[in-house]
Write a protein that binds this ligand. Sequence first.
Ligand SMILES: [Ca+2]
Ligand SMILES: [Ca+2]
Length: 214
Amino acid sequence: MSRSLLSITPRLFQPYRCLKQQSVKLKKHPRDYPKITGNELWRRKFRTLFQYKDVNKDGYLKKVDYEMSAWRIIQYMDLSGEMAADVMETQLQMWEYITANAPYMEGITLNDFTENCLKAYNEENTRFGLITACCSEFDALDLDANGVISPKEHAAFFYSYFVPAEHSPPVFRAMDTDSDGVITKAEFVQGMIDFLLSEDPKSPYVNFFGPLAN
Ligand SMILES: [Ca+2]
Ligand SMILES: [Ca+2]
């Protein structure tokens, strides 16, 4: 079981909308980060990420979490028709990627999630794929596909995962490094990679997925 988990966990961040390798200019590349030791801060960040994804808070990542998150985005942005269907499809594709290689009928636990991410993110191949994976996360947040994330699009995603929307503006400002009021793909990808790979408590991106869990 744990071996199959290992092989699929990186899929949590693998592309689900566009599969081609995307290029963004980064100040710090995934390969520039030292080996993750799994310190307390890093584990806290991954508990936070897990809780963020576990929308119904039952302690497992399941398909229903992805469906619920899609419904909340649709509700928050008041979407209908094709756009609403696209949001649902994107979320379900994420779930399909996670479970493609393993029978996760009963869901993914926090422990499986954390331990497998720790191992996976120290592997060169996973780090190489991270940029494309983070680009796909960006595409999922860029609901109107205009190439940048607006404050409202960012707030919609916090809302969709039950992170109170008032936490969105400070996180948005940390990501918007040139302070032009929108988050570009490069700004987003740099922040997400730093969240996943850094063990530095002074990183401006520790609250990337909302306030840290205990
Ligand atoms: Ca947008
Ligand atoms: Ca910006």
